[in-house]
Design a protein around this ligand. Structure first.
Ligand code: IVH
Length: 681
């Protein structure tokens, strides 16, 4: 192919994928593939300078704008960063900049957050504007949306409030929030986000700020744009410390590095930690610390010379797609998934990956026998990105959705307006297994030792027909089964017994009532107080409950009209399962935590989260999910993730479990935060 033909082709491809990424928040190819296209074009243009056009993607800074938001012209151009993909490229960068200045260079190392760049404008201490980067010159005005991000102060604090301050940083979505968002999206049968970055971008670029507010976005500042009427600053580390004093969150992992060797060490450290930060990073950013040296080095039209992004190798692998199968969920939903030649990617081995639904599969058009690209979005869901077409076997056929349920043979139907197929047979044995598994799962009745394998075994042996039968399992009935020793039978029966007092909210979750997720179940339980009341409640009563809409109310109503469901409830009642909601009443004189707001994060050893929540609420305190300056305490269990980092950056006191127990017992006046609890640093 002629170079000019290939260059034109690459430009068209890059433009197409830029639009999918920035405007539609719905990329089709991986970052690594995109970078490869851009590099190829850059190399081609370097070899044939006459091919460079003024509108070539190589001459741009990245994003594009949409018509939904008003344009904002940046006070100072928002540049991008040049990339280094290897240690050699880092060294090459170091050698280039060393030639420009005489004195030794000191650096600052920062995690490269995988979110989206935002510029914040503060005038006389008040947040007056927020804009995306756009093409670097003009961005989009997203002020009302950014104002919903709790970690971004609306007013600056500190001693020296500047007349005008423009700060740049990254808006991102912590991994726990991303998982939770996709769970909610899935529950509501909405589109799932490919990764936390797309989720962050999609959440920020919403017409309705209320939607943004519900998405739990976070922010770290990393660069000064414009400063008028502030202190004289000489270095980047000094700048960041000052920005932090003003109340803006600055990543606590940022480090001063005195020489290039320490830069390598920092990049390696980030690579090692990338899966334990609680948010996604795709590299490390290395910046020259001294601002006078920066000025000497200057910038190209795209990026400053004084900074470089060290990009991690992609968390993507190719593997063989062995088969495409369909799984049946507890509500009968039929989900296609790929069986893969196991491959190690993103910190774990992946052998199965969801293909979501018929349309998604058709869009990706992956086929049995294809070599496919597999990606891990954060530590979360493994995903098949697409096929490597060059390696497609000749006879590979397009996959067709099966007409019959693989478990019971009933027809799989797809209703109009629904992306999913369903097996409509309530008696379907697979649905039954999945419903029982769900009932016993951690989010519902949390019966230890009753996993999918056991449930299948018990269903096959005729011991379980529905979730209600779980409570009729006895050691005597279990013992004759294969792989069932006396001790394990006893443990299982004990675990079943221990689940009886979990309360109404968990029972409601466990019953697999369509559309009724854990949050709504909790609201229904608290409002109604008992299962009897829920069963008897007309739709009108249910819809009054905060967080319960018409769809959920109808679904709850419908659930109790079905005989099989009422039978399950009867069995639970007969077995003595607690079908009431714990009364959360503040005892007079015992409201020791009135006005106190607490964020729980990580795994608490002392008991499940809702127990901790009840304990706090019973004392008049409030539990919230996002850390802000208004948060009184963060209680950090094991693997606390980004909320801990945020608490540290905002100066919110952090309690370990002992500190929390102390707080519950003695109230806030005596609670002492444990220095650095759980931070591991
Ligand atoms: S500094 C002129 N610092 O990476 C300096 N950028 O690939 C511009 N990013 O547009 C940015 N973490 O969205 C900087 N610690 C960090 C960063 C960071 C993530 C993003 C940012 C930027 C992109 C460039």
């Amino acid at each position: 192919m002629k170079p000019e033909t290939r260059a034109a082709e690459l430009r068209a491809l890059i433009d197409y994928h830029t639009e999918r990424y920035y405007l539609l928040d719905d990329p089709e190819i991986s970052d690594a593939e995109f970078d490869a296209l851009l590099r190829e074009l850059e190399e081609l243009e370097t070899a044939h300078p006459d091919l460079v056009t003024s509108d070539s993607p190589t001459q741009r800074t990245g994003g594009a704008r949409s018509a939904t938001f008003a344009p904002v012209t940046h006070l100072v151009r928002m540049l991008s960063l040049d990339n280094a993909f290897s240690r050699d490229e880092l060294v090459a960068w170091y050698e280039r900049i060393s030639k420009i200045v005489d004195d030794p260079i000191h650096f600052v190392g920062e995690p490269k957050l995988d979110g989206l760049a935002i510029s914040l404008l503060f005038e006389n201490g008040r947040l007056t504007g927020a804009a995306t980067r756009g093409d670097g010159v003009t961005g989009e005005d997203v002020t009302p949306n950014v104002a919903t991000i709790t970690s971004i102060p609306k007013r600056l604090g500190g001693k020296q409030i500047p007349a005008r301050l423009e700060v740049r940083g990254e808006v991102f979505m912590p991994l726990t929030s991303f998982t939770e968002l996709n769970r909610r999206q899935g529950e509501a049968e909405e589109r799932l986000f490919a990764n936390p970055r797309n989720a962050a971008a999609g959440s920020l670029r919403q017409k309705d700020p209320h939607v943004t507010a519900s998405r739990d976005l976070d922010f770290f500042a990393y660069q000064l744009g414009v400063l008028e009427g502030g202190p004289a600053l000489h270095s980047h580390h000094e700048t960041l410390a000052w920005i932090r004093d003003l109340g803006l969150p600055v990543n606590p992992r940022i480090k001063q590095l005195s020489a290039i060797d320490e830069v390598f060490g920092f990049c390696e450290e980030m690579l090692e930690r990338r899966h334990s930060l609680g948010y996604e990073i795709d590299g490390a950013v290395v910046k020259v610390d001294d601002l006078a040296q920066r000025a000497e080095m200057g910038a190209t039209s795209k990026a400053p010379r004084w900074a470089i992004a060290y990009k991690f190798p992609p968390e993507e692998k190719t593997t063989l797609l062995l088969n495409i199968m369909v799984s049946i969920g507890r509500t009968g939903r039929a989900t296609p998934f790929a069986q893969l030649e196991p491959v190690f990617v993103g910190g774990s081995t992946v052998g199965l990956a969801t293909l979501h639904n018929e349309d998604e599969l058709a869009r990706k058009d992956v086929r049995k026998g294809d070599t496919v690209i597999v990606r891990k979005a954060g530590d979360v869901i493994p995903e098949v990105v697409g096929p490597v077409l060059a390696k497609r076997p000749k006879r590979a056929r397009r996959w067709k959705f099966p007409k019959e349920c693989p478990a019971c043979g009933a027809p799989l139907v797809r209703l109009e307006g629904d992306a999913n197929h369903h097996c409509d047979n309530v008696e379907c044995p697979e649905q039954r297994v999945q419903r029982i598994c769900h009932f016993a799962s951690r989010g519902a009745m949390d019966i230890e030792g009753l996993g999918e394998e056991r449930v299948r075994q018990f269903v096959d042996a005729g011991l379980l027909n529905d979730a209600g039968d779980i409570y009729s399992l006895t050691v005597e009935r279990l013992l004759p089964l294969e792989r069932m020793a006396q001790k394990s039978a006893e443990n299982l029966v004990d675990a079943i017994e221990a689940s009886k007092p979990r309360g109404l909210a968990r029972v409601l979750v466990g019953l697999s009532i369509r559309h009724l997720g854990p949050t709504a179940a909790q609201a229904v339980a608290r409002a109604m107080g008992s299962l009897d009341a829920v069963e008897a409640a007309p739709v009108e009563t249910l819809t009054v409950i905060d967080g319960v809409g018409g769809v959920i109310a109808e679904s709850v109503r419908h659930f109790f009209t079905i005989d099989a469901n009422r039978e399950v409830v009867e069995k639970l009642r007969a077995a003595g399962v607690d079908l009431t909601a714990p009364k959360v009443e503040v005892l007079e004189g015992a409201a020791t935590l009135a006005g106190v707001s607490i964020v729980l994060t990580g795994v608490l050893q002392g008991g499940p989260r809702d127990q901790a929540q009840e304990a706090i609420e019973a004392r008049g305190g409030k539990v919230t999910s996002t850390v802000s300056k208004k948060t009184s305490y963060v209680v950090a269990g094991e693997n606390p993730g980004s909320k801990l980092a945020k608490a540290e950056s905002l100066g919110v006191p952090v309690l370990d479990e002992a500190g929390f127990a102390h707080l519950l017992e003695h109230g806030p006046s005596e609670a002492k935060p444990e220095a650095g609890a759980g931070s591991g640093e």
